[in-house]
Design a protein around this ligand. Structure first.
Ligand code: ADP
Ligand code: AMP
Length: 219
């Protein structure tokens, strides 16, 4: 099963993916997380991606497509894609690659939310560099401020691109290049499952699960 989770930066894609993967037995493939591990490991790909990520621009399509095709193959085609595809070219390449493997996208979920809300979410986001858990300084606080609940003693960090000027650039990039991906899927005749993401985390999770379950039952 392949699920694509769309939405602007800060919509809650990573948060929601972590909550649905067990239920649907999917591997969570976040292009942003994969790029950040490539950077941490000092790989060629990580080095090439660095300046684009730090300025809030998109990493070139060819690099991303190769990276994500590799990750999807490793996940044996059972995955929820978070942050990919982010351009129409990436979406078309993903379709071609899945078709080549006899696979298809089963569901496209689109998290809908205003820029004013995501700006607040992104500036308050804190992550654990060890396990990748994501918190928020107001809406999803760890038990002890500044420390990961799971990795005791591990200080939470703020992503370098979660600063106001880069956030504005990332939102601009989203509206200029990524929002068109929703239209790509509707034009292709597929159903896009719209979910209002400006609600409590549990309410958003419940609606995503309900919509995915109805889709599976209808097949
Ligand atoms: P994305 O992966 O789309 O960039 P994240 O899942 O990292 O977004 O969420 C961005 C920030 O917003 C995180 O700090 C997260 O804890 C917080 N967050 C996510 N969903 C909600 C929600 N429904 N309500 C309030 N805060 C949320
Ligand atoms: P994210 O963690 O999804 O917010 O992504 C962080 C950054 O990684 C983005 O601002 C881009 O620079 C880069 N990135 C992640 N996914 C993609 C993608 N599919 N295409 C191009 N760049 C990407």
């Amino acid at each position: 099963m392949v699920v694509v989770l769309l939405g602007p930066p800060g919509a809650g894609k990573g948060t929601q993916c972590k909550r649905i993967i067990d239920k649907f037995k999917l591997t969570h493939l976040s292009s942003g997380d994969i790029l950040r591990s490539e950077r941490a490991a000092g790989t060629e790909l990580g080095k090439k991606a660095q300046s684009f990520m730090d300025s809030g621009k998109l990493v070139p399509d060819d690099l991303i497509i190769e990276m994500m095709v590799g990750a999807i193959t490793k996940a044996k085609g059972n995955c929820v894609l978070d942050g990919f595809p982010r351009t129409v070219v990436q979406a078309a390449e993903l379709d071609k690659e899945l078709k080549r493997k006899g696979n298809v996208i089963d569901a496209v979920v689109n998290l809908i939310i205003d820029d004013s809300v995501v700006e607040n979410r992104i500036t308050g986001r804190r992550s654990c560099p060890t396990c990748g858990a994501v918190y928020h300084i107001k809406s999803l606080r760890p038990k002890v401020d500044g420390f990961c609940d799971k990795c005791k003693g591990q200080s939470l960090t703020q992503r370098l691109d979660d600063k106001p000027d880069v956030i504005r650039e990332r939102l601009k990039t989203y509206h200029q290049q990524t929002s068109a991906v929703v239209g790509y899927y509707t034009d292709a005749g597929g159903e896009v499952l719209d979910v209002d993401a400006d609600r409590a985390i549990d309410a958003v999770t419940a609606e995503i699960i309900e919509k995915l379950e109805s889709l599976i039952l209808a097949k």
